[in-house]
Ligand binder design. Structure first.
Ligand code: ADP
Length: 176
C-alpha cells in the first residue's frame, strides 16, 4: 500500500452535532497540516439527531474561514476513507483518561488495518475537555429557564440555531 500524503490529515467522528471541542481540534489540525478533511462517519446502527447532510452543512459553514479544511461523509471503515482521500494521517482528539483507553485501542486497530497510516492525537484545549455531543444534546433537550444561552459554551452559534429548530417540536411543554 503506497503511503498517503503525510501533510494531509483526516479527522473522523460522528459530529452529531459539531461541538466547540471538535471545532478546536479542526482549527488546530488545520494549522498543523497543509490540508485537513473532516470525515463524518455514517453508522447505520445509530440513530443520530442530525442527518449526515445537516452535519456536513453545519461543519462546512462553521469552518468556511479555514481555507484548507474540507468536509465529506463516509460509510464503512475510517482507514478506507482516509485512503480514498489520499491522506496519510488520522487526526484524533483526546479529552480525558477514559478517552485514552478507547482511542488507543482504535489507533492500534487502525494500524493493523492501515499500517501505512499514522494516527496523531491532539489534547483537548482547556475548557473543552468536558464537551461531548451527547452532553450538548442533553442540555439542548432539557432547555433552560435562565436568560443566558447555556449552549454557547459548548457549540458554535450556527449549531445552537440548528438545535433549536430541530428540537422545537420535541421538547415537552413546560409545566407551569
Ligand atoms: P462525539 O462523541 O462528540 O460525537 P466523536 O466520538 O465522534 O465525538 O469523536 C470524534 C473525535 O473527536 C474523537 O477523537 C474524540 O476524542 C474527539 N473529540 C470529541 N469531543 C472532543 C472535545 N471536546 N475535545 C477534544 N476532542 C474531542
Amino acid at each position: 500500500m503506497t503511503p498517503g500524503n503525510r501533510r494531509h490529515a483526516v479527522y473522523t467522528g460522528s459530529f452529531d452535532p459539531l461541538s466547540l471541542g471538535h471545532y478546536d481540534i479542526i482549527r488546530r489540525g488545520a494549522a498543523l497540516f497543509d490540508r485537513l478533511t473532516v470525515g463524518i462517519g455514517i453508522n447505520p446502527e445509530k440513530s443520530p439527531l442530525f442527518t449526515p447532510q445537516e452535519r456536513l452543512d453545519l461543519i462546512a459553514r462553521t469552518t468556511c474561514e479555514l481555507p484548507n479544511v474540507d468536509v465529506a461523509c463516509f460509510e464503512g471503515l475510517a482507514v478506507n476513507f482516509v485512503r480514498r482521500c489520499g491522506a496519510g494521517v488520522m487526526l484524533r482528539g483526546l479529552r480525558t483518561l477514559s478517552d485514552i483507553e478507547g482511542e488507543f485501542t482504535m489507533a492500534l486497530a487502525n494500524r493493523a488495518l492501515g499500517p501505512e497510516l499514522e494516527t496523531v492525537f491532539l489534547m483537548a484545549s482547556e475548557g473543552c475537555s468536558h464537551i461531548s455531543s451527547s452532553l450538548v444534546k442533553q442540555v439542548a433537550l432539557l432547555g433552560t429557564d435562565s436568560q443566558t444561552e447555556p449552549l454557547e459554551q459548548f457549540v458554535p452559534p450556527l449549531v445552537i440555531e440548528a438545535l433549536r429548530t430541530k428540537l422545537a417540536s420535541r421538547r415537552p411543554a413546560p409545566r407551569v
